[in-house]
Design a protein around this ligand. Structure first.
Ligand code: ZN
Ligand code: ZN
Length: 312
C-alpha cells in the first residue's frame, strides 16, 4: 500500500539523531543542542573516519559530534544545588544561612553592601568538567562547546523568569578588549548568547545588543588582589557605547564565568549610570565557597568573617 510506504520513508529524524543517547539537564534534553552543533555531512564523515577521544576524560568517543566531549562528562555537569544567596548566587554556609527566610537569604557581602545588579544567577559551579568545557571554548577555540554552554545559560536565565516586567529584555554580553577579541577570534560571552537565543522561548523575550558595552582597558589579572584593589583595577575599563539602547530598559548582562563579581558589578554600575532601569546577571558558571561539610569549611568561614571585618 502506498500509504504504508510513505509512512516508512517519512519517519521523522535522521538515523544518527534517533540513535543518540539523551543527555538531560534539569529534565531538558541536550540532544537537540548537540544535534544542532553537528553540521554538514563532511564533518560527520570526518568524525566517523577519525574518531577522537573525549577531551575531558580521554574515553574514546562513539557519538558523531563536533564537540569532542563524551556524554558522560556532559551529564556530570550538574546545576548548583543547595542554598545560595538570593542576590549574588554565592553558596550560603550554614552559620550565615537563616533557615526561616527561604528564598530571600543573603550572603554576608550582599547583606553589607547592595550590589549594582539586582540578581545574579549561574548554572553550575566553576570547577571540574564545566570549567574544562569553558576552557575548551576560550583557550582551545572549540566553538561547538558554545551551544552546550548556551543550553546551560538558558537554564540559568529561567531562574529570572519572574523578574522581567519588560519584553524583550536587552541582553548585553560582557565585552572583551578589541585586541583580545582579535587574538581569540570571538567573544565567548557573545557567542554563548547567540547560541542561547536559539533555545526555544528565549528569542521572543530577549534581544541581543552586543555593541552596548565596550572594553577600553585590558585589565591585569585580578588574582591575589583584595576586593577593593579589584574594584580599583577594573574601574574605567568599560564604557557604554550605545546608551540609547539601554535607557530605562531591563538588562540581562551575560558572562561565561562569575568569579569575584568585580567585572559584572562594574558593568552593571556603568549600565545603570547610563540609564538602565535594572541589571540582572546570568553566567554559565560561578565560583562557589566550599561545601558546608567539606574540609575547607573553617577557612571559608574565616575568609568571610575577615572580609566582613575589613569592610566595617
Ligand atoms: Zn568524557
Ligand atoms: Zn550574595
Amino acid at each position: 500500500m502506498g500509504g504504508h510506504w510513505r509512512f516508512v520513508f517519512s519517519s521523522s529524524g535522521d538515523p544518527i539523531r534517533a540513535a543518540g543517547t539523551k543527555v538531560a539537564i534539569r529534565g531538558k534534553s541536550l540532544l537537540s543542542i548537540l544535534a544542532s552543533s553537528m553540521s554538514g555531512v563532511g564533518e560527520s564523515l570526518f568524525a566517523t573516519l577519525f574518531p577522537s577521544d573525549c577531551r575531558l576524560c580521554g574515553t574514546p568517543l562513539t557519538n558523531i559530534s563536533r564537540l569532542p566531549v563524551c556524554q558522560r562528562c556532559l551529564f556530570d555537569m550538574r546545576p548548583i544545588a543547595g542554598g545560595v544567596c538570593s542576590i549574588c548566587g554565592e553558596r550560603l554556609l550554614s552559620r550565615y544561612a537563616p533557615t526561616s527566610e527561604q528564598g530571600g537569604a543573603r550572603c554576608g557581602l550582599c547583606r553589607r553592601l547592595e550590589p549594582p545588579f539586582a540578581k545574579a544567577v549561574a548554572y553550575g559551579s566553576y570547577d571540574g568538567g564545566l570549567r574544562e568545557l569553558i576552557h575548551l571554548l576560550k583557550y582551545d577555540g572549540v566553538r561547538p562547546a558554545a551551544a552546550v554552554l548556551a543550553g546551560m545559560l538558558a537554564d540559568a536565565i529561567a531562574g529570572l523568569d519572574s523578574c522581567w516586567t519588560q519584553r524583550p529584555a536587552v541582553i548585553v554580553p560582557v565585552p572583551l578588549h578589541a585586541r583580545k577579541r582579535r587574538q581569540r577570534g570571538f567573544n565567548q560571552s557573545e557567542l554563548i548568547c547567540r547560541e542561547a537565543l536559539k533555545v526555544k522561548g528565549l528569542t521572543d523575550r530577549m534581544a541581543l545588543h552586543a555593541g552596548v558595552l565596550e572594553r577600553h582597558q585590558e585589565t591585569q589579572s585580578q588574582t591575589g588582589l583584595t576586593r577593593h584593589q579589584r574594584r580599583e583595577n577594573i574601574r574605567g575599563a568599560f564604557l557604554v557605547a550605545r546608551p540609547q539602547e539601554i535607557a530605562a530598559r531591563e538588562i540581562l548582562l551575560v558572562d561565561d564565568v562569575f568569579t569575584t563579581g568585580t567585572t559584572v558589578s562594574e558593568c552593571a554600575r556603568i549600565l545603570r549610570r547610563a540609564g538602565a532601569s535594572k541589571v540582572y546577571v546570568a553566567t554559565v558558571a560561578r565560583t562557589l565557597k566550599m561545601e558546608v561539610k567539606g574540609i575547607g569549611l573553617p577557612d571559608a568561614l574565616e575568609e568571610e568573617e575577615q572580609t566582613m571585618a575589613a569592610a566595617r
